[in-house]
Design a protein around this ligand. Structure first.
Ligand SMILES: [Fe+2]
Ligand SMILES: [Fe+2]
Length: 379
């Protein structure tokens, strides 16, 4: 078996990391590439939590990709982690396998000053990845082989201008992540409030205390999706993020919702499922301190929609229907439509709801039908 090892902090793992892993896998006919998540000193509790998340993200990125696996071996090791220890451990686990340790080609320059470079080369061949037009690594490779023996290869790959720093900045600023991280990674970032400003982190923390784990995950995934949609349609992404996070903020059990509705003095609609939208909007205002009317309206309109829906309303409405945790028949078509046309997406989602109610033998809410027709007539 031929196994590649690609180390990194992966904070977070993104498309360029995956391109390197897949690139060397193909070029060197590897059976497997391990995404080796690096431990970051010092080993404080906070860093341990973060390390676990970096590993979870790597696992998520590798999900469903043949021959790519995340590995937390270095995170489990106590004390300082050396490459040579990792390779020794791997050669025990995969006895008889050929190991290839993947590094950026620039690392070859300093390789001789690494801890036990000769031992490293006994356990594994090195692959130095050169990106873009770089062409400097060959002499260093020759020098290493000349002095220490072993194999040092150069892999030439296309440059992908993308960094973890860039991803972290985009999350902080509520900019879309596009396809630069896997959807599952995006959802983890939102679920754990990674790289977020304090205000958003506080909302996420409170939601996690007040909602069921499933509802909480749905809410944070909805925020991830809303930012993507907002980017697509030129809607204020921070407003979309806040509205999506809070859209189900009162989805506790129904009795508690009724008690809150009485406290706020709002009318209780006939259908149980409809109360939480208007109620959530008030709760977001009084309990989360949200004053922006556009955000509050988007929360209030997320279940039935409204005739005069703004683009922000539509983004939140759709994000709720297509966030990555959701799975139901027809969702793939809706996801495609949602990114092709905002109105088309909203209309299709409304039609799906109407069809679903008809199929189940429920009376179709006249309001939903009327709103759908009104939006249709406007476009
Ligand atoms: Fe809802
Ligand atoms: Fe929802």
């Amino acid at each position: 078996m031929r196994i590649g090892i690609l180390g990194g902090t992966f904070d977070p793992i993104h498309r360029a990391h995956m391109a390197v892993a897949l690139g060397v896998k193909r070029e060197f006919a590897l059976d497997k590439v391990l995404l080796m998540v690096a431990a970051l000193p010092p080993h404080k509790t906070a860093e341990k939590t973060r390390a676990k998340l970096r590993f979870m993200m790597a696992k998520e990125a590798a999900l469903g990709i043949d021959g790519i696996e995340a590995c937390d071996m270095e995170l489990k090791r106590e004390g300082k982690s050396y490459t040579v220890d990792t390779l020794r451990q791997l050669s025990d686990i995969y006895a008889g396998a050929e190991l290839f340790f993947v590094v950026g080609a620039d690392m070859l320059k300093d390789f001789m000053s690494w801890y036990m470079p000769g031992e490293i080369l006994k356990f594994a061949s090195l692959i130095g990845v050169e990106r873009g037009g770089e062409d400097e690594a060959a002499p260093f490779a020759a020098q290493i082989m000349g002095q220490l023996g072993g194999n040092v290869y150069i892999s030439k790959q296309d440059e992908i201008a993308l960094s973890s720093t860039d991803i972290r900045r985009r999350v902080f600023e509520a900019k879309p992540l596009l396809g630069d991280v896997a959807k599952g990674v995006g959802c983890l970032i939102y679920e754990h409030g990674l790289y977020m400003p304090e205000q958003i982190l506080n909302i996420i923390r409170r939601l996690s205390r007040e909602l069921s784990p499933e509802r909480f995950k749905h809410s944070t995934s909805c925020a991830y999706e809303a930012v993507e949609l907002a980017g697509r349609y030129g809607v204020d992404p921070e407003k979309a993020r806040i509205a999506a996070l809070l859209h189900d903020c009162v989805r506790f059990d129904y009795e508690k919702q009724v008690a809150l509705a009485n406290k706020y003095g709002i009318l209780i609609p006939g259908s149980h499922a409809l109360l939480h939208a208007a109620l959530g909007s008030l709760y977001a205002k009084h309990e989360y301190g949200i004053e922006d009317e556009e955000i509050l309206n988007a929360i209030a309109r997320h279940t039935t929609g409204a005739e005069n829906m703004t683009d922000l309303d539509k983004v939140v409405y759709l994000a709720d229907k297509i966030e990555p945790q959701r799975s139901y028949s027809g969702i793939d078509e809706l996801r495609i439509m949602a990114y092709n046309s905002l109105n088309g997406g909203v209309l299709l989602a409304m039609q799906n709801t109407i069809d679903h109610m008809k199929r189940k033998g429920h009376k179709v809410d006249a309001e939903t039908e009327r709103i759908r027709r009104a939006i249709q007539n406007k476009i």
